[in-house]
Design a protein around this ligand. Structure first.
Ligand code: CTP
Ligand code: MG
Length: 220
């Protein structure tokens, strides 16, 4: 199996409320994109990678993603799902395993990429998960309907690894609905997806306070 990665950096970062694309924001001395590039560079199970950036930012993307493993930087689409498809089209046919990673998770360790790839021995997809620590409610409008048992709930992270043929088929079949991760598309298409232990430090940068937590984790 040869694994290639798609680094998803084509979001605008609306919820961050800054003027530049989220991928170009710094945590410590590196941008989010550079953190993810460093992780795939350090991971010997990832042979090559492509990057999706917002249209018009390809040049900056190429500069920040410079690496012997970089295949190409392409413009992403208007949803994450479309960006994955565009990344897939750009990724060399050599890769029969595809690892999708959100650069919004800059602290994903290289070992996590290896562990999802290794888990594909027994499945079509493998994703890191962490336990849900909040008490979770089903709420409609202002009405609390019920408390959902946490026992079977887990929060999904990236990197997520897939056998390429399954990922492509799942995307083809899912054009009608918009998922926030790729595993959801495989689940819907009936492909077996397994969970591996995620990393609580692999936080997602969505809003400004997340950035402050990431800064603290990098400093620690
Ligand atoms: N992403 C992408 N293409 C899109 C939208 C998102 O490649 N059209 C990527 C983002 O760059 C990010 C990941 O998917 O690494 C997860 O998306 P999210 O955290 O929602 O980032 P943004 O979409 O940039 O943020 P927001 O939703 O606040 O605008
Ligand atoms: Mg988004």
């Amino acid at each position: 199996m040869t694994a290639g990665a798609i680094l998803l950096a084509a979001g605008t970062g609306e919820r961050m409320g800054v003027q530049k694309p989220k991928a170009f924001i710094h945590v410590g001395n590196r941008t989010l994109l550079e953190w993810s590039v460093a992780a795939v560079e350090a991971c010997e199970d990832i042979e090559s990678f492509v990057v999706t950036v917002p249209a018009g930012h390809e040049e900056a993307g190429r500069r920040l993603a410079a690496s012997a493993k970089l295949e190409t930087v392409v413009a992403g689409g208007d949803t994450r799902q479309r960006s994955v498809r565009l990344g897939l089209q750009a990724l060399s046919d050599r890769s029969d395993v595809v690892v999708c990673h959100d650069v919004a998770r800059p602290l994903a360790p290289p070992e996590l990429f290896s562990s999802v790839v290794a888990a594909l021995e027994e499945a079509y997809g493998a994703i890191p998960v962490v336990p849900v620590t909040d008490t979770v409610k089903r709420v409609k409008g202002h009405e609390v309907q019920e408390t959902v048992s946490r026992d079977e709930l887990a929060a999904a992270q990236t990197p997520q690894a897939f056998r390429r043929a399954a990922l492509e088929e799942a995307h083809d079949r899912a054009s009608a609905f918009d998922a926030t991760d790729d595993a959801a598309l495989l689940e819907a298409a009936g492909f077996r997806v397994v969970a591996v232990p995620g990393d609580p430090g692999n936080i997602k940068i969505t809003r400004m306070p997340d950035l402050m937590v990431a800064e603290a984790l990098v400093d620690a």
